[in-house]
Design a protein around this ligand. Structure first.
Ligand SMILES: Nc1ncnc2c1ncn2[C@@H]1O[C@H](COP(=O)(O)OP(=O)(O)OP(=O)(O)O)[C@@H](O)[C@H]1O
Ligand SMILES: [Mg+2]
Length: 452
């Protein structure tokens, strides 16, 4: 038996419709057949009456009676005489009979006129049956026409009844992996309610589990921050000390390790925070100023690598969001661009409005992302086939989640139409009104435009 509910319902309904059609059809046929036979008997009786009262003579044609009906009148005279067949007919009493004539069954009506002469109105039983069955078959036509219509209605009803289930499955399929909001009960058939309630229960348990996991990661990262900061301070305290060359080298490695661990904790904390949902009030974020401040933070690092870091285009534009969230997103993208761009390279930044969107675009002259890595690039801890030494692989997954939360989109594309090649990261977010251009941030555009 098929596992599809729709197929089972349809097969079941089809069987019921066909069975009902067959049984109904058989009864209708038999009933109509009997009626047609009775009708033909009454035709014989009417002919008999006309002949008996002399309105019609037996040698006249029987006008009005269908020739196909093959109705014959045999005059039998006043006494038995003539052929054996006539004698046989004479032997029957007046009324309707079935007699056998030369191997054929015949329906006969015998009548006696007032003058004593008798006659027989005959009709072949086969002919009568043919007429009756063709009449009965005609009564079956409406039923035969109704069956396909009923099957169509059944298919539509089945499809319509299962539509809420299909819609539910579609809604679940389209859901974001981390979307744990319960499924709505409104507008769904009551039969689905236990099912939906179970799914909602499961979603709630999963949400609880994910929240616990997130809280654990966030707590662990947070708890580890203090000892790492203390460790970092201790390491820095060693700077002025008079250390042998070898110890100083080791100290450098230790500080690098501490920096990396601090970065890991910061990224884990950011991921846990942004997965947990909004942490603060969504406010108007002046995107141009936020990006400018973050670029300013990166100027020393860019200068150290001899990278030409600057704005190609910057327009005053604002978006709605949590300032910290927006900053984390832009910082991670800028950090990647500067980190992956080789010595003497270039990073161009654009912040501008395009229609209803605020766009942040960062182009670098790094190696770009190998096409085999692009599909997985937003996965947490995925560092691709050309990872940076000190990368963790969380940056882009954090960026992706924040862009999602801000209802925007992010596109990473390798630049192939110019030399040197590189990566172009474009984030599009719903724009608000323009932020006030008179309110300048502490660093002017000219200061930031090129920092080599
Ligand atoms: N601008 C870029 N140019 C080339 N490759 C990049 C660039 N940005 C990201 N990638 C690739 O994508 C991978 C994932 O980036 P992501 O920012 O998520 O992690 P990460 O930079 O390695 O670590 P983290 O940002 O957590 O410190 C990187 O390891 C690198 O292979
Ligand atoms: Mg990164």
């Amino acid at each position: 038996m098929t596992k599809s509910l729709r197929a089972r319902l349809f097969v079941g309904l089809t069987a019921v419709i066909l069975l009902a059609g067959c049984i109904g059809g058989a009864f209708t046929y038999l009933w109509a057949f009997d009626e047609a036979i009775e009708m033909q008997d009454s035709t014989l009786i009417q002919i008999g009456s006309l002949l008996q009262n002399g309105s019609v003579k037996s040698d006249q044609s029987l006008g009005g009676v269908d020739a196909d009906a093959e109705v014959d009148v045999t005059e039998l005279g006043m006494a038995p005489h003539g052929s054996a067949e006539e004698r046989l007919l004479w032997s029957h009493q007046d009324g309707l009979h079935v007699v056998s004539r030369i191997g054929q069954s015949v329906r006969v009506l015998l009548r006696t006129r007032p003058d004593g002469s008798r006659f027989a109105v005959t009709q072949l039983t086969d002919v009568r049956d043919d007429i009756a069955s063709s009449m009965a078959i005609r009564t079956l036509l409406p039923i035969a026409a109704l069956i396909p219509c009923l099957l169509l209605v059944a298919a539509l009803v089945v499809a319509g009844s299962l539509r809420p289930m299909v819609r539910l499955a579609g809604d679940l399929d389209l859901r974001h992996a981390v979307d744990m909001t319960p499924l709505p009960l409104a507008d769904t058939p009551s039969e689905l309610h236990p099912f939906i309630a179970s799914i909602n229960g499961l979603l709630e348990r999963m949400k609880l589990m994910m929240d616990q996991q997130r809280r654990f990661v966030a707590d662990a990262a947070h708890e580890l921050r203090t000892p790492i900061t203390a460790l970092s301070l201790q390491a820095e305290n060693l700077d002025p000390a008079d250390l042998p060359e070898q110890a100083r080298e080791r100290l450098g490695a230790l500080k690098q390790g501490i920096r990396r661990t601090k970065h890991l904790l910061e990224q884990l904390l950011a991921l846990a925070r942004h997965e947990a949902g909004p942490n603060g009030e969504a406010t108007v974020v002046p995107l141009d100023r936020t990006v400018k401040d973050l670029v300013a933070d990166l100027v020393p690092e860019a200068a150290r690598k001899g990278i030409d870091l600057g704005f190609q285009l910057i327009e005053p534009i604002a978006i709605k969001g949590e300032p910290m969230m927006v900053a984390t997103m832009v910082r991670n993208l800028l950090d990647n661009a500067v980190r992956f761009t080789p010595q003497g390279g270039r990073v161009d930044i654009g912040v501008y409005r395009e229609g209803k969107e605020a766009v942040v675009q960062i182009e670098d002259t790094g190696p770009g992302i190998p096409s085999g890595d692009i599909d997985r690039i937003f996965e947490p801890f995925f560092r691709g086939s050309r990872p940076a030494e000190d990368g963790i692989g969380l940056g882009l997954s954090i960026v992706n989640r924040i862009v999602d939360r801000l209802e925007g989109i992010i596109v990473l594309e390798n630049i192939s139409d110019r030399r040197p090649k590189g990566l172009r990261a474009t984030v599009r977010l719903p724009a608000m009104y323009r932020s006030d251009p008179r309110e300048e941030s502490p660093l002017s555009i000219s200061q930031l435009s090129r920092s080599t």
